[in-house]
Design a protein. Structure first.
Length: 359
């Protein structure tokens, strides 16, 4: 059996927000739910091949999928030792999700809801939805951020240690052969300026960036139900280049290695339609171009045709080899941007509709 620490399960292309640069391309009218009963047998077999520490159910907006709770309980049953979460934008959270609340309540803190918040102007709206869903009284802890209302400002010693560990691990992954060692967060200031510039602008790595990537709230109610709210107002460029007349899209024509270097998704691997994909974006290119008009040349079409996710019919040796290069660039990286500069977004529920292909 092959062990991987965490895998996401992508269960829907649909979303109720229009986040600019969405990496799964769900900011447009991308459609399609994956129903648990249609995929259960795939994951029964995968559970015999893959072991996990954590699982994450996401989309699109996973709470829009009518079988989202079947997905959660099904995956939790197949990987009983794994901790799990649903990652939502929170807009679809309501009392109708009471069954999910009870699942979290009965998990004794093993599972949780994570809300990725994409508009600073709607935080009061979001907190009202959370407060209506959970059962008070609640404990609210601040995580690494100093400007939000409603909670006290703190950064615990344990969280500081986590930032340092992530900084060291990230630095080790991206460092050049001639870069000095970085053994603690204090070593950051002594790095040459050109190394710090490359870390920040090309790889999105610095103590401040890592700290801010974990900012938000941890909410625990009287029943021990956990809701994590993460600030996610900055997105790196996505793969889509919409045409001005809204007739369709282009994808980028990047150097795959350069695009991979700046990709924030390169360590985010996921299940989609019964296969494991190196990143969310790579797994959705084929389906997206089936639904929308995307200008593709012969090279693009060949890349799509030759794309190789991990599949159930692979032997253990083949899967081991595939996982061995899971963080390496692939040809599909060509379709994403080489420019890694993040921009601030304010997502709304106003969708942008592009014409669909007629089948």
């Amino acid at each position: 059996m092959i062990h991987t620490p965490v895998l996401a399960f992508h269960i829907t292309n649909q979303c109720n927000l229009n986040c600019t640069h969405c990496q799964t391309m769900s900011n447009y009218n991308f459609s399609g739910h994956s129903l648990w009963e249609d995929h259960r047998d795939y994951y029964i077999e995968w559970s015999k091949k893959i072991s996990l520490d954590y699982f994450d159910i996401l989309g699109g907006e996973p709470l829009l999928n009518p079988t989202v709770l079947d997905w959660f309980t099904g995956i939790a049953d197949l990987w009983p030792n794994a901790k799990g979460k649903i990652t939502s934008n929170g807009y679809a959270l309501s009392k109708k999700n009471k069954k999910f609340y009870d699942i979290l309540k009965n998990s004794n803190g093993k599972h949780w809801l994570e809300i990725s918040h994409h508009n600073p102007d709607t935080i009061d709206f979001l907190f009202k939805k959370i407060n209506d869903w959970i059962e008070g009284p609640t404990t609210i802890k601040y995580i690494n951020h100093r400007t939000w209302p409603h909670a006290e400002d703190y950064l615990t010693e344990d969280e500081s240690e986590k930032v340092e560990i992530e900084l060291k691990n990230s630095y080790q992954r991206i460092r050049g052969d001639d870069w000095p060692d970085l053994n603690s967060i204090n070593d950051w200031d002594s790095l040459p300026d050109w190394i710090k510039e490359e870390c920040i602008h090309r790889h999105h790595v610095s103590p401040t960036i890592i700290t801010n990537s974990n900012r938000g709230w941890k909410i625990v109610d009287s029943n021990g139900v956990i809701v994590i709210v993460r600030l996610a107002h900055e997105f790196a460029p996505g793969p889509l280049i919409p045409k001005e007349d809204q007739s369709g899209f282009n994808w980028h024509q990047s150097d795959p290695s350069l695009a991979h270097d700046v990709c924030l998704q390169r360590f985010c691997h996921e299940f989609y339609n019964g296969k494991i994909h190196k990143c969310a974006t790579a797994g959705h290119f084929e389906e997206f171009q089936k639904q929308f008009n995307v200008d593709l040349n012969e090279v693009d079409l060949a890349i799509l045709k030759n794309y190789q996710p991990a599949t159930l019919d692979m032997s253990e040796e083949e899967l081991t080899a595939w996982f061995g290069i899971i963080t390496d660039p692939i040809a599909q990286c060509r379709f994403c941007s080489e420019g890694g500069q993040c921009t601030s977004i304010k997502a709304t529920t106003k969708k942008i509709f592009f014409p669909k292909k007629i089948n």
